[in-house]
Design a protein around this ligand. Sequence first.
Ligand SMILES: Nc1ncnc2c1ncn2[C@@H]1O[C@H](COP(=O)(O)OP(=O)(O)OP(=O)(O)O)[C@@H](O)[C@H]1O
Length: 264
Amino acid sequence: MQAILAAEHVTKIYAVHAKETTAVRDVSLDIREGEFVCLLGTSGCGKSTMLNLFAGFTQPTNGRVLLRGQPITKIEPRCGMVFQSYALFPWKTVRQNVEFGPKMQGLPAARQRELADRYIAMVKLSGFENHYPAELSGGMQQRVTLARSLAADPEVLLMDEPFAALDAMTRQVMQEELLAIQEASGKTVVFITHNIDEAILLSDRIVVMAANPGRVTAVIENPLNRPRDLVAQATPAYAALKSRIWDLVVGDVRGALAGRAGRA
Ligand SMILES: Nc1ncnc2c1ncn2[C@@H]1O[C@H](COP(=O)(O)OP(=O)(O)OP(=O)(O)O)[C@@H](O)[C@H]1O
C-alpha cells in the first residue's frame, strides 16, 4: 500500500547568523492512510521540523517529503496543522472560527453552517456557537481548534503537542475524544508528544526520535488493543511497552540534561 505521507532521506539544516543546525538528518518514514502516528522524543530532536516539512511550511535541505507520492513543495492545505496554542481568531465566534476553512474553500453559506454544526457537535461544544474564544476554557478553545481543522477537511491532521497546555484531567478527556473522532472520521493523524503515556494511549505506531542531530531511532508498532484505558494501563503488557520506550529515550534525555549542565 502506498503511504499517504512519506519522508525520503530528509535532512533539514537551518542556518542562522552563519551558524548551521542540523534539525533532522536522513529521516525516512512512511505514514499509512488512516493511521495514528506519534512522534516522540526529547526537546530539539526535530519533531516540529518534521511536522513543518509535512505541512509544507518549510522545505528539506536534502531528500523529499511526499503526499500521496507527490513532493510537498509549498504550504499543503491537505495537511491541516493543530498547534499547542489555540491560534483562534479572537474577534470571531466559535461558529465563525469553525466556518473559516469551508468559507475559504468557497463553499455556500448553508454548507459552511452545516459543516460547522457537525464539527462543533463532534467536539461537544453545541450551545457555545456564539461564544468568543476568550469566554471559553483552554480545553474548550482547543476543541474549537480541532473542530476548525476538521471542518477544513484535511486528509492528514498534523498535531504539534495540542494538549500540552491542558491540565491532566482535561487532557485525558481530549485524548479520548480525539481517538473517537479519528476512528469515526478515518483521518490520518501525525501527533507530536513528549509524553510516553500519551503516545501509547493514542498511537498505532510510535516513532522514537533522538537529538543532535535529529533522527529516528526506532519505529514501534503498538501491540495494545484499544481502548487503552486506565485498566489497560495497569497491565504488564502496558508496563513492558512503556519501559521499552523509556529505555530508548532515556539516554537522549540524560544527554540533553548533561549538555545543559555543561553550558551552565
Ligand atoms: N526556524 C529555525 N531556525 C533555526 N533553528 C531551528 C529552527 N527550527 C528549529 N530549529 C532547531 O532545530 C532543532 C530541532 O528543532 P525542533 O523544534 O524541530 O525540535 P522539537 O523536537 O520539536 O523540539 P521541542 O520538543 O522542544 O519543540 C533544534 O536545535 C532547534 O533549535
